[in-house]
Ligand binder design. Structure first.
Ligand SMILES: [Zn+2]
Ligand SMILES: [Zn+2]
Length: 306
């Protein structure tokens, strides 16, 4: 992740909006979300966390990410304001995400975000029923909203800490900073090495090309990938855990690639993965809801993967 990526994405979306008159619903939603996250990001001080070399080595050996929930530096009143704002953006797009959980859509009650809910989300545990949900979709949506609210805070941690990560030492399928799952990957320009992108804090880390980051298998009999005609995009699939990972090959990319935006530009690949029975392992940015919408509105222009 480079500094200013989100501002570049906003500029690019504005250019596209000008050129085409409007953005797709999904990109318009993403634009609104990113505007909030960028604005909030400017108000967050980069946390002053530091690690010794021994610390880093020990953590890498134990597979322990740099921050646990108790290490997070959070401005709770700002986070709760962001949660309210982000909830309102999700509420504007029921076609994309379905209905908000009742406890978040009651006009009179102000949605609040208890600490224990954030802790459970951060640690990948089941969310406590403090914010009531009626079904699986509402539950997934609640997770997506929490993730969107936390994003600027986690990104500020990533900015402060990514320099401490020894890339040739980590090699795990989860983020060395926050422990989140990857939801995108890229092959670098220099060597074609594979890097994973954290679905929560946008950290990038080096990972083996022939291993599933989700179940850890290196059995080549169950791993495969598909590519588009240009060889620009890849869809990695694993028969063992049935998860998939989207990737872009930067050796084939012409201009500058803005990785967080690529998540949203490649939903046709998600659709193909879903159709073939694979599911994402990271709950980034809306997941199931977006797939439904795109499946329903398929224009046939999508990349064909082979
Ligand atoms: Zn992370
Ligand atoms: Zn797997």
């Amino acid at each position: 992740m480079t500094t200013g990526t989100d501002s570049k994405i906003l500029r690019k979306l504005e250019e596209q909006q000008k050129k085409e008159g409007s953005l797709s619903q999904l990109l318009e939603f993403y634009q609104k979300l990113l505007r909030i996250q960028t604005r909030v990001g400017k108000r967050i001080d980069v946390p002053n966390l530091s690690f010794t070399d021994d610390d880093i080595n020990a953590r890498a050996e134990q597979g322990k990410p740099l921050i646990g929930f108790n290490d997070l530096v959070l401005n709770w009143s700002l986070l709760r304001d962001v949660f309210v704002e982000v909830t309102a953006v999700f509420a504007d797009y029921p076609e994309l995400f379905g209905r908000l959980p009742k406890s978040l859509r009651e006009p009179k009650s102000h949605p609040s975000l208890p600490k224990k809910v954030v802790k459970a989300w951060f640690e990948g545990a089941k969310l406590p029923s403090t914010i009531a949900v009626d079904d699986v979709n509402e539950y997934l949506l609640l997770e997506a909203i929490i993730q969107a609210a936390l994003r600027p805070f986690l990104i500020s941690h990533c900015k402060a800490l990514l320099g401490f990560v020894k890339q040739e030492q980590w090699w795990r399928g989860y983020c060395p900073i926050c422990g989140g799952n990857p939801d995108f990957a890229f092959l670098d320009k220099e060597r074609g090495a594979r890097w994973l992108l954290c679905s929560r804090c946008d950290a990038e880390w080096l990972f083996r090309r022939l291993e599933c980051p989700y179940c850890g298998t290196q059995d080549q009999g169950v791993l495969a990938y598909f590519t588009d005609d240009e060889g620009l995009y890849r869809l990695y699939v694993c028969e063992r855990c049935q998860h998939y990972l989207k990737a872009i090959d930067l050796r084939q990319a012409g201009g500058e690639v803005l990785l967080p935006l690529e998540r949203f530009l490649t939903l046709d690949i998600d659709i193909q993965a879903h159709k073939n029975g694979y599911s994402p392992c990271a709950k980034a940015g809306g997941g199931e809801g977006m797939e439904r919408q795109w499946g329903g509105n398929s224009t046939g222009k999508g990349r064909k993967l082979r």
